[in-house]
Design a protein around this ligand. Sequence first.
Ligand SMILES: C[S@@+](CC[C@H](N)C(=O)[O-])C[C@H]1O[C@@H](n2cnc3c(N)ncnc32)[C@H](O)[C@@H]1O
Length: 398
Amino acid sequence: MPVSLQQQFQQLSTVLQQYRQYWQLLPFSCPQLPWQNAPLQRCLLALDETQIRLIDQSSRLQQQYFAEFFPVLFSLPGLTAAAAQRTTAALPFWLENGIAGRKLQQIDALCQQWPDSAAPVVEWCAGKGHLGRILSHRFKQAVTSVEWQPDLCRQGTALAEKYQIKQQFVCADVLAGPLSTVLQPQQHIVALHACGQLHITLLQQAVQAGCQQLQLVPCCYHLIPQTQYQPLSAQAKAVDLQLNKDDLKLVVQGQVTGGERIEKLRSTEVLWRLAYDELRAELSGQPHYRPLASVSKHWFSGDFAAFAQWAAQQHQLSLPAALDWQAYLQRASKRMALVQRIELVRHLFRRPLELWLALDKALYLQQHGYQVQLTELCPAEVTPRNVLLSATKRQAAF
Ligand SMILES: C[S@@+](CC[C@H](N)C(=O)[O-])C[C@H]1O[C@@H](n2cnc3c(N)ncnc32)[C@H](O)[C@@H]1O
């Protein structure tokens, strides 16, 4: 028998609570493996770097290595792949121009899920409105694309005019208040990769306006204004999970689709942050890890000394003129081996946590009279942010 969204949510809540000590922690602040679990420690210490990398990227290997330690985790129901509702004809080349390959695949996958409906479409946080343009072309529907960057709105409008697409742009900040002049009950709202608060406000505003249909692919769950996640559904509010931004970041961590170069930059970033932390601890005499803000990746193709200078400024620390940078990098590489092992275990909880967050939204919509489905939009290789939430407002019975 299929498991209901409520049951699925309940199972995930139980598992995430039961194993919280394995994922709700900051690996950078651990001086050793933080778990009193000798067999798991032995398993982790026996792994080499290549094995860690391979296991981390493969759900089959994760199960093979860790199912004995977390049996319930691996028996949780996952998402089913979204069955295509329709086949879509190839697009004319001019409509694909300027859209990256993976983005196009996601748009195509969404088109295959497009329900029969004549309702006007609102594209939420649209960028240049690639999705909206293609939807309008394929399904002959009017699309309103909401985006706050004027330049993207201008570019999107120009493309729509050039190709005679029924798409208009509304340049607005969706967080500034309800878009009451845009949102109507007879509408289909769609959002591809709307970050944290942008998709939360979408759901709240859609519910408030009573929009008929909704399709959302969420991303960047940690981009919220509060320090703690504020659950939306009554069920999630009743669960003691207390997710902070570090917990939310776990969902999007370490899933690289950007190739070897990006992976290398990420690994340099971890090493340098740890090396700086070794340096900071020594100079300040304060051993406890102090986080640093996120920075643009370009720092990590420069040199470590420049990064350390920047980091020291963030902590109002002055660095001595002569330092043995290599010594700190060597110490950091030992610490990195520890961090990688802790992350390997934390990452087992990435998808369950993402599903928990998606189910919170699904249950919130159910609570407000929607019929909801959660499926996998496309394979994770296309995008790891592939949860598709589809909802249709139930007709009121007369
Ligand atoms: C991750 S991009 C997704 C763009 C597009 N949907 C796609 O899948 O390519 C998020 C978009 O949201 C826009 N955005 C960010 N904050 C916004 C806000 N407060 N109001 C409206 N748009 C916003 C950004 O400018 C950006 O174009």
